[in-house]
Write a protein that binds this ligand. Sequence first.
Ligand code: FHN
Length: 582
Amino acid sequence: MLYLPSLSRPLGVLLLSCFVAGGFAALDARTVHAALPGESKEATDQRMAWWRDAKFGMFIHWGLYAIPAGEWKGRKVPGIGEWIMDRGHIPVQEYAPLQKQFNPVKFDAAKWVGIAKRAGMKYIVITSKHHDGFCLFDSKLTDYDVMGAPFQRDIMKELADECHKQGIQICWYHSIMDWYQPDAKGANFPKYAEHLRGQLKELLTNYGKIGVLWFDGEWIGEWTEEQGRELEKTIRDLQPQLIVNNRIGKRKRSPGDFGTPEQEIPATGMPGWDWETCMTMNDTWGFKKDDHNWKSTDDIIRKLVDIVSKGGNFLLNVGPTAEGVIPQPSVERLAAVGKWLEVNGESIYGTGASPFSRLAWGRCTQKPGRLYLHVFEWPTEGQLAVRGLGNSVNKAYLLADADRAALEVAATDDSLSIRLPAKAPDPIDSVIVLEIEGEPNVTNPAITQSSGNALTLHARDASTHGERIRYESGSGKDNLGFWTSPEDWADWVLRITKPGTFEVEVTYACPNVSAGSEYVIEVAGTRLAGKVQGTGSWTQFKTEKLGTVKLPADRLTLSVKAKNLVGEGVMNLQSIVLRPVE
Ligand code: FHN
């Protein structure tokens, strides 16, 4: 009995567009990691250690959708390739026969694993079953699997064996949402949930040690946090060291070990918990023959560095063809990333997040006693400025320099100046190693006066204090956001060299429904009170004058604190400008 289309698919599409639009990812960004109930921090750290060190993995979306490859009955179907059944409004009884065409004669597990290894990827996450319900593994619980296709080989077994052989961690993606199984919607869902558990048992019993179970399709109404928690217990009984993503629940305060922002890099990472950005190399997860919009190698390397500098992992996708071939543009880019990692891998694998909130010329990663400065924009005048570092530097050298010849470092009051050769070792990202004493001691550099003596305190330069408030950017935002607790606040350090009286101008956004919160700006003993007005939305910014302050020649701290919280958030604060009064 084949499952006929149901409401869940259009609903799924609606939800997906929300996710892809970043709405969900933003929601995802607020997920707070909750350690496995009853597991000690030490045990969690031990279980997560390989994944935290790995930093870079290969996502593989492969299945029947690679056969139509974005086209159905001569018509191009918009959207991501693995959703063709939904976007193309293809009934299951028309789609499922693709199984009898699935014969990827060029599939070669050793070749795929070799591509991942040469790219410097440490784990592979492959779609054991995507939303269409087709299983790339030999399942005794359905005939809608690869053994029922002409290919008749257990692809997951071949890939898992090769990964174990070559020292790459094999991981399973598995979709909770299932457009094929008749019980996967409505009243019979508990029966499908039993089927789901059974297949996960197969995947965790027959293929050796599995690194990660990467759930997806959890947004369907039938799936609950509670079911996620129950399922987590079941699968951990099978493989206690297993790592699970937060989509086993509903991606909020869910069960699971790490957050999963998708197609985006959270502006300030996700401080205090594990997270992984997953991203396509073009615009589709599953293969589409007409999608040639490949990201450049530069872009991919800088995304990897940006993500790792913010404390995350990068899961980069490939979508193999129906014949079992990873597209050549993907192979070329991965090989180039691997070449860069051969020279600079020490600054990526096993590193921690940057101690700096922002660096104009690049990013930073760290290991005990070492800072790795990733210079994207090589300075033309031969000097690199590093502001706000309080540590003394024992040595600085280029990571690409096998001799580790010392670079000249000059310290001024709140910054370092590193003399660099005229030519960057790598045009995409050149890494400078700073050997420092002790833990990094970094303060946000003081904001200094412009030529007109004004000071611009931008959200991205603020120090934030509290659980939720953080800098966010993208999709019309460039502000302090998630200000959902009145206890959270922000401040800036100012260096006033030309004292005087300054007008205080505040630029913020706030939907009318959330307006009304009161706040106070304090600097040099003066307090200015403000009340948040509605500006129309979280991304419609308006500027208002709050009053004037007298500032002496000194290093000062300006703070902004909420007195109360009226709506969902205090405001999205973009900047505070101190403009000298003539
Ligand atoms: O609907 C899926 C989509 O097809 C793809 O698998 C991505 C990858 O993370 N996950 C879902 C959308 O969030």
